[in-house]
Design a binder for this molecule. Sequence first.
Ligand SMILES: NC(=O)c1ccc[n+]([C@@H]2O[C@H](COP(=O)([O-])OP(=O)(O)OC[C@H]3O[C@@H](n4cnc5c(N)ncnc54)[C@H](OP(=O)(O)O)[C@@H]3O)[C@@H](O)[C@H]2O)c1
Length: 210
Amino acid sequence: MNIGIIGAGNVGGGLGKIWVKKGHKVIFSFSRNQEKLMALAGAAENSGTGSPAEAVQQSEVLLLSVPWGKVPEALKAAGSLQGKVLIDCTNPLTPDFSELAIGHDTSAAEEIAKMAPGAKVVKAFNSAFAEVYNSESRLFGSRRPTMFFCGDDAEAKKIVSELIMETGFEPTDAGPLKNARYIEPLAMLMIQLGYGQGMGTNIALNLIHR
Ligand SMILES: NC(=O)c1ccc[n+]([C@@H]2O[C@H](COP(=O)([O-])OP(=O)(O)OC[C@H]3O[C@@H](n4cnc5c(N)ncnc54)[C@H](OP(=O)(O)O)[C@@H]3O)[C@@H](O)[C@H]2O)c1
């Protein structure tokens, strides 16, 4: 699969490197530091760098991994996302990271879908810490953490579900995009546990069934 990373920071860099190792063609974009993008792409034949618009042109799947306040700028730089699968891993945090800036009657995912007409937006990868994406393995002991995802396009959700599985998580379909209203506060809970309660960022969610 061809995957464009828009925002190659903690999350975009970590996930992009995993996907390069899995054999996907990955384009890293939207850093203020071109050398950082080149270092992420490394020497692998199946990775490269470019502008967000180039990443979009060369990819059928895009990961939007920028701070909430930078979303409009990143989407503007990306150009039309018509027909593309757009994975939204953002959390709509206030600038001091202490609260969600929006919620209850909307979500970052729904706002992004409005800003990117024609994109098949899937919320995913927002509820695990970047430390987990930048670790050697996603396993906690023998357990794969859960990754909740949601969206309105069945085909796009299938693609993202497979990508979640390949990344080392147990995908859990949380329903329509509107349910990002519940997945985003879940990430806020993780932030509170990690930082507020001092558990650190090497923690993850695991849904159990019986
Ligand atoms: N960190 C986590 O554990 C985590 C986990 C799940 C979800 N998320 C969410 O994922 C998104 C990305 O988080 P992150 O931790 O990966 O962020 P980050 O490390 O700050 O990366 C953000 C990326 O956006 C780029 N960018 C371009 N222009 C920018 C500007 N003017 N200001 C700031 N950044 C700019 C940054 O470029 P530079 O390379 O120049 O900095 C960087 O590549 C956020 O919405 C966050 O809430 C984060």
